[in-house]
Design a protein around this ligand. Structure first.
Ligand SMILES: [Zn+2]
Length: 340
């Protein structure tokens, strides 16, 4: 078992994890990742080791099927509960109301549904921590979640098939786990880059200088937590979701990052949820959920104006913009800005 300077514990399973004597003592953290290893068996990473010995209940929302290991590590001090996101959310909400969950781990699309249930008085939760996983967490969603779930920070686990790459500190900054992985930067602009990952912990299927498809935004100033691990302001999305427009002068194309697209929406008042999709003909579809009593025409005109401003500033041909209705779903990964 090791402790690094971010407080991450690693337990190497030898086949006795469920009865491993240390497990009940370290169950003040929560489960983050299980990896199957041919030689050593699964490895469990624990984050945020609490000094107290009070019982912690954990709720897990996963996109895929349950994993027996979550149940194996349940004990007196910790309980992992798997909720199937494919079953109707009103059933999940009812079960949640009856539970005493205090750490919630879920993708933003699920957090949005739960936040709405709280707003409507259908759900009551008293949470110590909220961890966002599996989808890009947009800044405005994080602000809303903090308020609705009454927490100071929405934590994020940055993990994928290629490894457990990062986690947030108490200041909400994502730090790359540089004791486990090396990240080289393929520079896009001053702050944005695409990571090339080398994983030091793998014994089989090496990951060496593996180029991920993510666009990361570096934090320009050191994080107040004092960690020297690379600080990330935001996981902006997949490189594939960068919008492309036709340049006005001299042909060619202009690339627009999801953050800029997002700003065309969030600066307009009266929108409660949105998704922006660019199709293959480079047209844009804006799916909106409107606030009560808001004029849809006014909102749509303002969204068009915002796109016009960006197009003028960055010198690209104004795209065709169509409008649709935003629909809540947890069946597919939520992408606020998506390129087909
Ligand atoms: Zn920090």
């Amino acid at each position: 078992m090791l402790l690094n300077n971010q407080g991450i514990f690693r337990i190497r399973k030898t086949g006795y994890l469920s009865v491993y004597p240390l497990v009940p003592l370290i169950t003040e953290g929560y489960f983050l990742q299980v990896r199957k290893r041919r030689i050593y068996g699964p490895v469990v990473y624990w984050q945020d080791f609490y000094q107290t010995l009070r019982a912690i209940k954990v709720l897990l929302f996963f996109l895929r099927a349950n994993n027996n290991l979550y149940e194996n590590v349940s004990g007196n001090k910790i309980k992992f509960t798997y909720y199937d996101i494919y079953q109707p959310m009103d059933i999940n909400i009812k079960e949640l109301n009856d539970s005493d969950t205090n750490i919630l781990v879920a993708p933003p699309s699920v957090l949005l549904v739960l936040a709405r249930a709280i707003d409507e008085g259908l759900l009551n939760l008293s949470l110590d921590k909220v961890v966002s996983v599996a989808e890009v967490l947009e800044t405005e969603d994080a602000v809303r979640f903090k308020k609705v779930f009454s927490v100071d920070v929405i934590h994020q686990a940055y993990q994928c098939t290629e490894g457990f790459l990062g986690f947030t500190c108490e200041h909400g900054t994502i730090h790359i786990n540089e004791d486990m992985v090396k990240i080289e930067e393929e520079t896009i602009d001053e702050n944005r880059f695409i990571p090339l990952v080398t994983d030091f912990t793998r014994r089989s299927q090496p990951i060496v200088r593996y180029r991920l498809n993510d666009v990361l935004v570096k934090r320009p100033t050191p994080c107040p937590c004092g960690s020297h691990f690379l600080a990330i302001d935001k996981i902006e999305g997949r490189e594939d979701d960068v919008f492309v427009f036709k340049k006005i002068e001299g042909g060619g194309e202009v690339k627009i990052f999801p953050d800029i697209v997002r700003r065309c929406i969030i600066y307009v008042e009266g929108i409660t949820n949105y998704q922006v999709i660019q199709n293959e003909s480079l047209d844009i579809e804006v799916k909106l959920e409107y606030g009560r009593g808001v004029s849809r025409t006014d909102v749509q005109d303002k969204v068009r104006e915002e796109f016009d401003k960006v197009a003028k500033r960055l010198d690209f041909v104004i795209p065709q913009i169509g409008f649709g209705i935003y629909e809540h779903t947890t069946d597919v990964k939520l992408k606020r800005v998506k390129k087909l």
